[in-house]
Ligand binder design. Structure first.
Ligand code: AMP
Length: 280
C-alpha cells in the first residue's frame, strides 16, 4: 500500500497505475461500514485495477468548529485497516496543502442541499461538493463508492457528476448495520449504553413504516405516523430532528407516495444525532 500526501506523490504513483481506479472517499475513523465500501471497491477494481481510499477530515463541511475539533482521527489504525483490506493507495492530504488560504471558488448546490440534513446545516453540502470535486480532479478515478446511509449526500453527488459532466461512475453501497439494525456510524461511539440499546428503534420504526407501505398505504402522513408512534413508544426520550417521505430523485417532500421514494430521518439521542433512511 502506498500513502499519497501531495500532488507530486500522485503524479509519481497514480498516473501510471492501471485502470480502473476506484475511489472511496472517507473522513477516517474507519468502521465496518467503511470496510464494506472498500471491499466493494476491490471487487469493482478487479484483479488489475486499483483502489484509492481518501482520508481527509474536510474542514469546510463542518458548521460547528467544536464538531471539527472533536472529530476522531485515529490515522495509524485507519492505515492498518486499509493495509489489511488490500487497499492500493491511501490519500491523506493535509488541510493546509489541500485548500489554498486565499481560495475563493467553491462548488455550490442550490436545490437539494436546503432540504433534510441541509436545512439545519447551511453550507455543509457545498463543503461536500467542493471536496468531492477536488478529489475527482486530483485523483481522476473511474468510479467512486458512496454509502446509501447518507442518502442526501449520495443524491447530491450524483447531481454534481451529472451537472458538471464528470466521467466518474457513482456506485451506491447499501447501509451496513449492527446486528441490532442500528446503522453503523462513528457517531454511535458517543451514545451511552442505554441510548445504544434504544437507538435501533430508528431502524425498527422505518421497517414498520415500510411494512405499512407494502400493505398498500400511500399517504405519506400515515406512513410517517407509524414511525413516530414506534419511536415514541420504544425510545420516548429521543427527539426527531426531521422525518420526511421524499421523492427518491429530487428529495422533495411527497404527500402521496406515487413514485420511488425514501423515508429519511435524523433523530437525537442525547447530544448524538443519528441519521437513517429506507427506500420505498
Ligand atoms: P464518512 O467517513 O462518514 O464521511 O463516510 C465515508 C463514506 O462511508 C460515505 O460514503 C458514507 O455514506 C459511508 N458510510 C458511512 N457509514 C456507513 C454505513 N453504516 N453503511 C454504508 N456506508 C457507510
Amino acid at each position: 500500500m502506498i500513502q499519497l500526501h501531495s500532488d507530486t506523490d500522485i503524479q509519481e504513483h497514480l498516473q501510471t497505475a492501471p485502470n480502473p481506479l476506484i475511489l472511496v472517499p472517507t473522513m477516517g475513523a474507519l468502521h465496518v461500514g467503511h470496510f464494506s465500501l472498500i471491499q466493494r471497491a476491490k471487487e469493482l477494481a478487479g484483479e488489475h485495477g486499483n483502489v484509492v481510499v481518501s482520508i481527509f477530515v474536510n474542514p469546510i463541511q463542518f458548521d460547528r468548529t467544536q464538531d471539527l475539533e472533536s472529530y476522531p482521527q485515529p490515522i495509524e489504525q485507519d492505515l492498518s485497516h486499509c493495509e489489511r483490506l488490500g487497499v492500493d493507495y491511501v490519500y491523506t492530504p493535509k488541510s493546509e496543502d489541500f485548500y489554498f488560504p486565499d481560495r475563493s471558488i467553491e462548488v455550490s448546490e442550490n436545490s437539494l442541499s436546503s432540504l433534510l440534513c441541509g436545512a439545519t446545516r447551511p453550507g455543509h453540502f457545498d463543503g461536500v461538493c467542493t471536496v468531492i470535486t477536488k478529489l475527482f480532479n486530483i485523483l481522476q478515478p473511474t468510479a467512486a463508492v458512496f454509502g446509501q446511509k447518507d442518502y442526501q449526500q449520495l443524491t447530491i453527488i450524483k447531481r454534481l457528476v451529472r451537472d458538471l459532466s464528470y466521467r466518474v461512475e457513482i456506485i451506491a453501497h447499501p447501509t451496513v448495520r449492527e446486528l441490532s439494525g442500528l446503522a453503523m456510524s462513528s457517531r454511535n461511539a458517543g451514545l451511552t449504553p442505554d441510548e445504544l440499546k434504544l437507538a435501533p428503534a430508528i431502524r425498527e420504526g422505518l421497517l414498520k413504516a415500510h411494512e405499512l407501505y407494502e400493505n398498500g398505504e400511500r399517504s405519506a402522513d400515515r406512513i410517517l405516523s407509524k414511525f413516530r408512534l414506534h419511536l415514541d413508544k420504544s425510545a420516548p426520550h429521543s427527539k426527531i430532528d426531521y422525518l420526511e417521505c421524499v421523492c427518491a430523485e429530487n428529495l422533495h417532500a411527497l404527500k402521496d407516495v406515487d413514485r420511488p421514494a425514501v423515508i429519511a430521518t435524523a433523530v437525537f439521542f442525547g447530544q448524538v444525532r443519528l441519521i437513517d433512511n429506507i427506500v420505498l
